[in-house]
Design a protein around this ligand. Structure first.
Ligand code: G3P
Length: 494
């Protein structure tokens, strides 16, 4: 048994990636599934789609590699975080569709809890803010809305889970109801300092604790797969939320190391070591990973729109036909124009947390065209990352941070990464392997199986593809960033 199967269940697709004995990618299978928008600001997934696309891609990846279940030592799972599911323990049937992390339906609940003075306790206990982004208010909504659900939950008949929990439940044929510390840390129900579910948070949201899964380390025994699924029982030995798995895959194991992943959104995590750091700048305090009962904490900045801004150029504005056209267009933009795009399509995440803000464009002239829009779109990703890093620098005095490690689809764009280095005034490092999220999950499971090396040796295998050094004049950087800050302020005032 020489291979590890990583499951990466994301927001828009499910992927299965087989890693070989030296942690290289052997095969990849991917399947998209429908995004459901039943009302404005609501985003749902069909739980059956999450499971069937995962099972199908696992089988496809194994087949593509010409391997068998007997070649696979372990499964590692990484997943879109916060997305909330509730199902019947006896039948395994969900009582509602999955409410996705992007869903804003509980904004009023969050506003009311904030007005009642609950935010300080939420932050103190969970490291999070009172925002619809997290699972807690979504779970409350399901229990409030589905008839009879709360009573069934009190009786212990229902199970709650984030996507990792749902997948393990199905992989093990309903035998195991678990999660890991990183996913638990995103629910707004978990006490990240004490390492257990919080009675206080559950009471505040009226959540019966009988619905909660058991929380384990990221590298642990999460049960074995149903024998009929792959032809043999395969142990599940690793779980981490996708941004935490990317932090692991990027080998950000020392305090002060940070990574930024550019997918649909952008999520930057700074390793702060064994102690949680309370943010004074509206970042989140979260668990980066937990090994042998020891949590390592992180400060996290979450931006909701990064790669999605390119999708908007393509599907919304129809300025491009494919994402790859963006970089050449941006390069051709008129340097004399200063078009600024604030992509607050679903509100603003860190450090503003303004659920009501919407997108805006500033500085248009009669000459502004697709080129300037493309440049403004790519630059908005750099500006937003600078916002996060400003907040992180202000919150963190532990040193150690020299460069930002990047990954995710957009990190492949040299132009965008150079602008990022320029506007941050900091070095940006892109690794050779961009499958960092899946690699993090594979490493967790593989090292628990005794196949892969320990943390330090794994960190030494991290290899640089290209380093981007800041080349912009300090004055230019300051002028541009000030323009961005004015644009964000104006968008929020609109
Ligand atoms: O917090 C949400 C994040 O985990 C989603 O990631 O890559 O599926 O968009 P992604």
């Amino acid at each position: 048994m020489t291979h590890v199967l990583a499951i990466d269940q994301g927001t828009t697709s499910s992927r299965a990636i087989l890693f070989g004995p030296d942690l290289t990618v052997v095969s990849v299978a991917q399947e998209e599934f429908p995004q459901l928008f039943p009302a404005s600001g609501w985003v749902e997934h069909d739980p059956a789609d999450l499971w069937s696309s995962t099972a199908a891609t696992c089988r496809a990846a194994i087949e593509k590699a010409g391997l068998h279940a007997t070649d696979i030592a372990a499964i590692g799972i990484t997943n879109q975080r916060e997305t909330t599911l509730v199902w019947d323990r006896a039948t395994g049937k969900p009582i509602h569709r999955a409410i996705v992390w992007q869903d804003r339906r509980t904004a009023d609940t969050c506003r009311a809890l904030k007005a009642a003075g609950h935010e300080a306790a939420v932050t103190e206990t969970t490291g999070l803010l009172l925002d619809p982004y997290f699972s807690g208010t979504k779970l409350k909504w399901i229990l409030d809305t589905v008839e009879g659900a709360r009573a069934r939950a009190v009786r212990g008949d229902l199970a709650f889970g984030t996507v990792d929990t749902w997948l393990v439940w199905n992989l093990t044929g309903g035998r195991v109801h678990v999660t890991d510390a990183t996913n638990a840390a995103r629910t707004m129900l978990y006490d990240i300092r004490r390492g257990r579910w919080s009675d206080e948070m559950c009471a505040m949201l009226d959540i019966p604790m009988a619905v909660l899964p058991e929380v384990r380390d990221c590298a642990a025994d999460f049960g074995v797969t149903r024998p009929d699924l792959f032809g043999r029982e395969i142990p599940i030995l690793g779980i981490a939320g996708d941004q935490q798995a990317a932090t692991i895959g990027q080998a950000c194991f020392r305090p002060g190391m940070m990574k930024s992943t550019y997918g649909t959104g952008c999520f930057a995590l700074l390793n702060t070591g064994a102690d949680p750091v309370a943010s004074r700048n509206r970042l989140l305090t979260t668990i980066a990973y937990q090994m042998e009962g020891q949590p390592t904490y992180a400060l996290e900045g979450s931006i909701f729109i990064a790669g999605a801004v390119v999708q908007w150029l393509r599907d919304g504005l129809r300025l491009i036909r494919s994402a790859s056209e963006t970089q050449p267009l941006a390069k051709a933009a008129d340097p004399g124009q200063h078009v600024v795009l604030v992509p607050a399509f679903t509100g603003l995440g860190a450090p503003y947390w303004n659920a009501d803000c919407r997108g805006a464009v500033f500085g248009l002239t009669r000459n502004s065209g697709p080129e300037e829009f493309a440049r403004a779109a790519l630059e908005s990703v750099g500006y937003q990352t600078r916002d996060l890093l400003e907040a992180m620098t202000a919150d963190w005095s532990g040193g150690g941070g020299t460069a930002l490690r990047v990954d995710g689809g957009m990190s492949a764009s040299d132009w965008t990464m150079q602008f990022l280095a320029d506007i941050l005034g900091a070095q940006v490092d892109r690794p050779r392997v961009l499958e960092t999220t899946a690699m993090g999950a594979a490493w967790l499971a593989g090292q628990h199986a005794g196949l892969y090396p320990g943390m330090e040796e794994f960190a030494r295998t991290w290899a640089l593809d290209r380093s981007f050094a800041p080349a912009m004049a300090a004055e230019d950087r300051a002028t541009r960033y000030a323009r961005w800050k004015r644009a964000v302020a104006a968008a929020q005032a609109f």
